[in-house]
Design a protein around this ligand. Sequence first.
Ligand code: GTP
Length: 470
Amino acid sequence: RKTRPISCSASPPVTLQHQTTDSPTRIGSLSQVSAVLGCQWGDEGKGKLVDILAKHFDVVARCQILNGSKIIPSSGLSEGGANAGHTIYNSEGKKFALHLVPSGILNEETTCVVGNGVVVHLPGFFKEIDGLESNGVSCKGRILVSDRAHLLFDFHQEVDGLREAELAKSFIGTTKRGIGPCYSSKVNRNGIRVSDLRHMDTFPHKLDLLLSDAASRFKDFKYTPEMLREEIERYKRFAERLEPFICDTVHYMNESILQKKKILVEGGQATMLDIDFGTYPFVTSSSPSAGGICTGLGIAPRALGDIIGVVKAYTTRVGSGPFPTELLDKAGDLLRFSGQEFGTTTGRPRRCGWLDIVALKYVCQINGFSSLNLTKLDVLSDLAEIQLGVSYKHSNGTPINSFPADLHVLEQSKVEYETMPGWQIDISSIRKYSDLPKAARQYVERIEELVGVPIHYIGVGPGRDALIYK
Ligand code: GTP
């Protein structure tokens, strides 16, 4: 094959290599490099859209870690939990929980890329591969793990717990999966990358430095020479097993772009949890926004085409942190129960509130979405009236013109609402936009008008088919 100089230009729509004749035109006209990103604080329902789109793409890539997504089902079941990844179902209805492996894995022709922006917990990764292979899904040669990705060790998870205990009342509410501490090692420049597994002569020293660093920082972190020895032996075995998966994914991604392969970037978490743009410090340690696609995969901004933002028709948030449109009354309970807003493993109720247009506009600015997927519109069906949080004011009545960085300002801000009529009929079996009740269409169109981004997909139920293409 001839090699060409890499020059990525804005990706035009190209013919899908896996497109089936019944693919909705909406999907068929997506750009060569498209992405799905969360617009709020996670749990928006990205999994369902990724699941629907993935089979139409040649490559499905992850640019940063997923943090507890709970996917979606052709069967309409919801699944997962605090530590769950995407749960997808094959054509026979068999369930697969994916944490690190991209959702395209069930489609034999799709190549799955775990990009440099992901932190990889190898014991978890192999467990996932074993689960897939024992169910007949072949992974070898189909999953490419970036040689630049950082390794997340078990000790990072222990440190996560120690840090949360230390923060006591002002804890951030992490999932204690070690993600924050691993990204910290990366930024401290003493992290260990996948490519380091190819150098077992220097690996032990690097691991020793990393563990000693944790031991000097946390008095309750017990570090012994035996622990180091065991970990080195374990990682020697992992290194051998990982070798066939290791790839220079930056080169692979850019070559794939030149070869006109269709690439879907599967975002995890959401912009309001972004380390820079989210409600800091109640955020994650990476960039779940559009910028994170380029830094997490090594592709140029000009290569990106469609970026679809996924936004719930209302707002939910897990854990601590400000939430201006939160409902602490019966309306919040109603959203929680109708929307099944509970961590499925923990049963922990999610905080619920009205859709926050100020936050959504801010997120649209940051990501430059080409379209939105409004999910869970069906959950609002019982309400006589629906509120949209359209602007914020300071406590002294002066308007706030942009989404505040200052959490004190955010906490004290007063939200101004627009009241919209409800529709009060079940919309879960509707599949055509024009069949939605007038009030539901008014709600959708008012959101589009306020944020200036078209809504192309509307979720009216958890099942894969419960989607309206607008
Ligand atoms: P994170 O990656 O953890 O942020 O989650 P996510 O964005 O991947 O959300 P997920 O796909 O786990 O969806 C959350 C829940 O919403 C799942 O239980 C889905 O079944 C459900 N869901 C998705 N879309 C819809 C919808 O349109 N209506 C209803 N009723 N449920 C939906």
